[in-house]
Every structure is written in C-alpha cells, then in structure tokens.
Design a protein around this ligand. Structure first.
Ligand code: NAD
Length: 344
C-alpha cells in the first residue's frame, strides 16, 4: 500500500483524491461518508470481481450493466435507477463504478440523476479510465444521433486507479489507453516516457486534474484534451467503429501535427517528435485505414460534434497546444497527403 500515490483534483469544496497504484481500490473505503448506509456497485461481467473492494460493514449491492457502447443508454440508466430503488438505495447512499470508461460514465450519470443526485466514487479498471474517463466529472450516455449527447458534470468524491486491473486488460484496451496517454506528452510538453508506468499514470491524472480545475465545463482549456480527436472521430465513423478509439486518436495526433506543420505553426522536427512518441514510445498505429477517401474524411471531420465550429482543431505551436479556428480545406488535404506519404 505504501506505493500508492495520491493526486488531488482541486475543485474547492468538491475537491477529491485520486489514488494510483496496485491495490489503490482499497483506499476508497476510508473516504466513505458517515451518512452512507448502502453502497451500489455498478460494474460489468468482464471486469474481474476481485477488483471490487470489500466494503463491509456497509450493505453492498452489485449491479451488472452490459458491455459495449450499445449499452451506454438511458434504458440502462433507467434499469439501474429501478434496481437501486428496489434495493432501497437512498440519496444519502453511495454509488461506486468499478470498470472502464463506459461503466464510470454510466455510473456517474445515474448517480447524478437518481434522487436528484447522490455521491459517486470510481475504481477505474482500464488504462483509459484511469488517465481520462474517471477523472473530471463528465458523465453521459449515447443516443442514436450521437455519442455522449446526454450527460451531466458530476464530480466523484474519490477515484482509485488500481494498477492490478492492468494485469487482465486486453492488448487492444491497453493500446486504447496508450493512445490517450500519448496526448498528455503534447498537452504538458513533457517527455512522460521517462517515468515508470505508475508515476506516468499519476502525472496524466495530475495534468487532466489541473485542466479540469481551471475549466470544469469545457469553455476553454478543457478542449485541449481533444488533441487528435477531430480526425479520430472521423476515422471511427469511416470504419464503422472497427478502428478502436485510442488507435484512431494516435493517427489523429499525427494528422494534427502535419496540419500544424502545413500551417507553419511547428517545424518538421516537432512533427518527428510526434512520431517518436506515437510509434517509438507506444508502438501505436501511424497509418490511415486502407481505402480512406480524403474528401470523405474531411466531410466527417466537419461534422465532428466536439468541434466548436466546423473546421476547428486543437493544434500544436511553439507555445504549446491551442484551439485554432477557420482552417481551410486545402490545408486539411495537404496534411492528409503528408500523413499518407509518411506511410510510404
Ligand atoms: N467521461 C469522460 O471524460 C470520458 C473520457 C474518455 C472516454 N470516455 C468514455 O469511455 C468509454 C471507453 O472506455 P474504455 O476504453 O475504458 O472502454 P470500456 O469501458 O468499454 O471497457 C472495455 C472493455 O474492457 C473490459 N474491462 C474493463 N476493465 C477490465 C479489466 N481490468 N480486465 C479485463 N477487462 C476489463 C470492459 O468490461 C469492456 O469489455 C467510452 O464510452 C467513452 O465515451 C469518457
């Protein structure tokens, strides 16, 4: 337990600790408020049961939700609320999400709306959940019109990034986490690869926590967390979601680097540093999906819901990442060409 690091997300009276390390899940019990009688654990079948901490003497109820984005819905939230009600969960009780980003998004949203809001904590069990989804209070579910279109900001009371969870994670889910981890190298302008994994996770939590503390509701800085995501969302749609999110982000980051180069914002040396991180450090995909048509990709990017307006990107510069508006189509095409040429 001594190797557990604590990072604080500083949000005044809603500040909370994030525990990082092997066995970090066991830290949550000591932070449960004295008013809590029952705990509602929300998790999934594929999440090893050993990752659910022992919350005795609290009365603990476990609720399993489905796997995959098709289960990240209001129907799942309604089913959870009904099951909470059957189990006698009240507004003074506590929800604990134990899982990846899907679980923590759904558990957080359900906690925000059940009885008009009760406390929530998370045990993040995927790398992506640890460094991104479980931190910062964004919750949400999908509707057919788009991902995460319904949601709330509802901060957790504590989060555990338990590295025991990484032992059972699939290679693909690890890669997805590394894709998101890569973006923090550019947000912080720091070579995180020198840090051992536990310290690197803690540093990513700290970087995200600082951004959330300065811009909880995404009116400025928080948009930087979308580095690489504009092309990534287009690639996910173009491949009917067969390209995993984190893999799409890695290609999206390289594309953003080429776009910044085309616009004269960064040098080719800086572009190479992007390849060094994405390929050299994380061994992630650097190539566009086969058969991707440039104009189709650009049209999909225009429809990106995360963009502040059409053709808005997060781009690198000598002063770091910035949100850039009004990018012309010719530059988007030239950057796609440069990315393709690097694929050889
Ligand atoms: N709220 C935010 O700020 C935010 C940020 C990024 C992503 N997200 C959301 O996160 C979701 C993606 O999260 P994800 O990548 O963690 O995927 P996920 O939650 O779907 O988990 C992937 C798979 O891994 C399984 N799993 C989880 N932990 C495991 C473990 N320790 N061992 C073995 N299997 C395990 C899950 O059951 C699931 O089948 C998306 O819905 C995305 O919208 C939210």
């Amino acid at each position: 337990m001594s190797d557990i690091q604590t990072v604080r997300v500083d949000l005044a009276d809603r500040s909370y600790p994030v525990f990082v390390g092997r066995g970090a899940r066991h830290e949550l019990a000591t932070h449960i408020g004295s008013q809590v009688r029952r705990i509602a654990v929300v998790t999934q079948q594929d999440v090893p049961a050993a990752l659910i901490p022992d919350f005795s003497p609290f009365e603990t109820h476990t609720f399993i939700i489905g796997n995959g984005e098709t289960h990240k819905t209001l129907e799942t939230v309604q089913q959870l609320c009904r099951s909470f009600s059957d189990a006698g969960i009240t507004r003074s009780d506590l929800v604990i999400g134990v899982g990846g980003g899907l679980v923590t998004d759904v558990a957080g949203f359900t906690a925000a709306v059940y009885h008009r809001g009760l406390g929530v904590m998370h045990v993040a069990t995927t790398l992506l959940g640890m460094i991104d989804a479980a931190i910062g209070g964004k919750t949400g579910v999908n509707i057919p019109e788009g991902k995460n279109l319904i949601g709330t900001y509802w901060q957790p009371q504590a989060v555990a990034c338990d590295m025991d969870a990484l032992l059972t994670l699939s290679t693909q889910d690890l890669q997805c986490g590394y894709g998101e981890m890569a973006k923090y190298h550019f947000i912080a302008r720091q070579d995180l690869s020198l840090l051992p994994l536990g310290q690197r996770i803690a540093r990513c939590v700290e970087i995200k926590g600082d951004i959330v503390a300065s811009d909880e509701r995404e009116s400025g800085q928080r948009a930087l967390l979308n580095y690489g995501h504009t092309l990534a969302h287009a690639l996910e749609i173009a491949t009917d979601l067969t390209m995993p999110h984190g893999v799409a982000v890695s290609v999206g980051i390289l594309y953003a680097a080429h776009l910044a180069q085309v616009m004269g914002r960064i040098t080719s040396k800086r572009v190479q540093e992007h390849y060094d991180i994405i390929h050299g450090v994380y061994n992630l995909q650097t190539s566009l999906p086969d058969g991707l048509d440039s104009s189709a990709a650009i049209n999909l990017m225009r429809r990106d819901k995360k963009a502040l307006s059409s053709l808005t990107f997060v781009l690198d510069s000598s002063d770091g990442l910035q949100v850039v508006d009004g990018i012309i189509e010719q530059d988007l095409e030239r950057a796609l060409d440069l990315l393709r040429r690097r694929q050889g």
